[in-house]
Design a protein around this ligand. Structure first.
Ligand code: F6P
Length: 327
């Protein structure tokens, strides 16, 4: 397979801290290996509209520390159609682009895979999502930063919880995955953690909160992933607790998109840098239709199809740790 001469890089799906650092790593690796690099704006929409700019090593100055993505991101419906993808292909052909780096989550990788199959353009994915829910990597870009953000906020909520003897229910992101809830919950010392992967029902939580109250706890934190499968939203959970345990004064805090913003942690910057360099080096070696990841501190490649369909498992031992410590 011929080495690429022109690579395009884009960010797609929900933004995540570390995406800028990954774009920087791709652009600079291209400069290092004498490859032309186009930055595509607005994700796949930019490919369809031809909204892209030739970048050089200096185009990505002073962004390693910035949250969000300067290339901007979008969830693009038109790219889900063969016509949209044909327009995108025409644009990259016109520019002579012969490989694509897609930084995003599983939805973005699905688009990349179909595009590769239809038009035979080599593509490589870099996992960028705060949810950490992608198979083939121990960590996704933005996850570590989001965890630190959540823990910092829950620490603050704890001040009020303990000053007022209240029970706080904190909803964190994670539409399909409980990584953020489980890890931030343990890190912030939550009494209870509800995640999509494990539906223990609300009664177990009530029993545990009752035990805590009897043992002298005067305030509590319950962390709930937004995709939690108890079937109740956080406000309903709050009502349920207040009805069944009337001595608790309950408040709800939905953290929302603040979890996606902010300067990337050092961990995410290093991860992004390694992934960006690896993506370009592997494209040069002829890799395609794969995602870069890190497992046991080694860079690995996983077929996009597997990355999309595989499940990023929750560490069950963490559930046990959370249970033991919530005594
Ligand atoms: O994919 C990351 C994520 O943060 C999910 O946890 C959340 O459900 C979703 O994005 C929110 O997406 P949007 O910004 O489109 O509302």
């Amino acid at each position: 397979m011929k080495k690429p001469n022109k690579i395009a890089v884009l960010t797609s799906g929900g933004d995540a801290p570390g995406m800028n650092a990954a774009v920087r790593a791709v652009v600079r690796s291209c400069a290092f290996y004498d490859i032309e690099c186009y930055g595509v704006y607005q994700g796949y929409q930019g490919l369809i509209d031809g909204n892209m700019k030739l970048m050089n090593a200096r185009s990505v100055n002073n962004i390693v520390n910035k949250g969000g993505t300067f290339l901007k991101s979008a969830r693009c419906l038109e790219f889900r159609t063969p016509e949209g993808r044909a327009k995108a292909y025409k644009n990259i052909q016109d520019k002579g682009i012969d490989a694509l780096v897609v930084i995003g989550g599983d939805g973005s990788f699905t688009g990349a895979m179909i595009f590769q199959q239809e038009h035979n353009v080599p593509v490589i994915g870099i996992p960028g999502t705060i949810d950490n829910d992608i198979y083939g990597t121990r960590y996704t870009l933005g996850y570590d930063t989001a965890l630190n953000t959540v823990v910092e906020v829950i620490d603050k909520i704890r001040d009020t919880a303990s000053s007022h003897n209240r029970l706080f229910i904190v909803e964190v992101m994670g539409r399909d995955a409980g990584h953020i809830a489980l890890n931030s919950g343990i890190g912030a010392g939550a009494e209870e953690i509800l995640i999509p992967e494990e539906n223990r029902g609300l009664d177990q939580m009530l029993e545990s909160l009752q035990r805590s109250e009897k043992s002298g706890k005067s305030s509590s934190i319950v962390v709930v992933a937004e995709g939690d499968k108890t079937g109740e939203n956080v406000f309903e959970i709050a009502k349920y607790i207040e009805t069944n345990l009337p001595y608790y004064e309950v408040r709800v805090s939905v953290l929302g998109h603040m979890q996606r913003g902010g300067a990337p942690s050092c961990f995410d910057r290093v991860l992004a840098s390694r992934m960006g360099v690896h993506a370009v080096e592997k494209l040069r070696e002829g890799a395609s239709n794969v995602m870069v990841g890190v497992i046991d501190d080694k860079m690995v490649l996983t077929p996009l199809e597997k990355a999309i369909k595989g499940k990023s498992e929750i560490n069950n031992n963490l559930l046990r740790v959370a249970d033991i410590l919530s005594i």
